[in-house]
Design a protein. Structure first.
Length: 261
């Protein structure tokens, strides 16, 4: 059976002597593994179209649940000679989340649309790549059923929108976000500055940030990175590493690379 769909290429791995195994996140099939025959040949017609980060329209031959790539066209790539190492690693982090936490063959149209939107916003470079990454991670968590009650205390119901509140406290595995007066009812709480809670609340509700809030995001991105990685590690995989730690493990100077974004 021939299948045509739109897809984001997440991973490319060597297979046998000349082939590749490609992991696509597709609009119609979800995450799938696809065989691309002879694509490691120097004169192969698709060339770098089978290396991420790319978005394109693909045609597949499906037989008994196995997919073979028969066409890829209208390819858009995030890569360019001017691409910084940081922007490519940010995409790899984005791809890693999808490749690691999405089951095979489970279509999620809304998640794909969000991933596609982020891909092209990222390509347009209207904001820092970090912003689009964190925006997507927030949407991913919400789409998988892990949205949190960011506006009110989980224990007493007190509003957390009061600017006089300096800190709030969270344990994502318990689905808890509470005020200072209720911390004794829970354990293993992460402390979050209330302005950062406000940013995350708006991002989880998919509300746009104004210029002042976006500047606050660029100032507090390391704290947001820590919060989101803690969120992932508590609800999905305790071994999940933050973006900062990923960079550190690769010995990338984040401060120097961030200035190139």
């Amino acid at each position: 059976m021939i299948i045509k769909t739109t897809a984001i290429l997440l991973q490319s791995r060597k297979y046998k002597e000349k082939d590749k195994l490609l992991t696509f996140f597709t609009s119609d099939l979800g995450r799938i593994l696809v065989l691309c025959k002879s694509s490691r040949s120097s004169l192969h017609r698709w060339g770098c179209s089978t290396e991420p980060p790319v978005f394109g329209y693909i045609q597949l031959y499906e037989k008994k649940g196995f997919y073979t790539l028969t066409e890829i066209c209208a390819v858009e790539s995030l890569w360019s000679p001017a691409s910084s190492l940081s922007s490519l690693l940010i995409f790899q982090y984005f791809a890693h989340v999808l490749d690691r936490f999405l089951p095979y063959g489970n279509p999620q149209p809304e998640l794909f649309q969000k991933a596609q939107s982020v891909f092209f916003q990222w390509k347009a470079k209207q904001k820092e790549g970090l912003f689009y990454l964190f925006q997507f991670l927030v949407f991913f968590l919400a789409s998988q059923g892990y949205a949190q009650p960011w506006q009110t205390c989980s224990h007493c119901g007190k509003s957390l929108e009061n600017n006089a509140i300096e800190y709030i406290y969270c344990n994502f595995s318990q689905g808890v976000i509470c005020c200072k007066n209720c911390t004794g009812a829970y354990h293993g709480l992460l402390t979050i500055e209330n302005p950062v809670r406000h940013l995350l609340s708006k991002m989880f509700q998919e509300k746009p940030l104004n210029e002042e809030e976006y500047q606050l995001f660029t100032t507090h991105w390391m704290q947001i990175d820590k919060i989101l990685s803690t969120f992932f590690s508590q609800v999905l995989d305790q071994r999940f590493a933050s973006l900062v730690h990923t960079y550190a493990s690769l010995k990338v100077d984040w401060i120097e690379e961030k200035e190139k974004l």
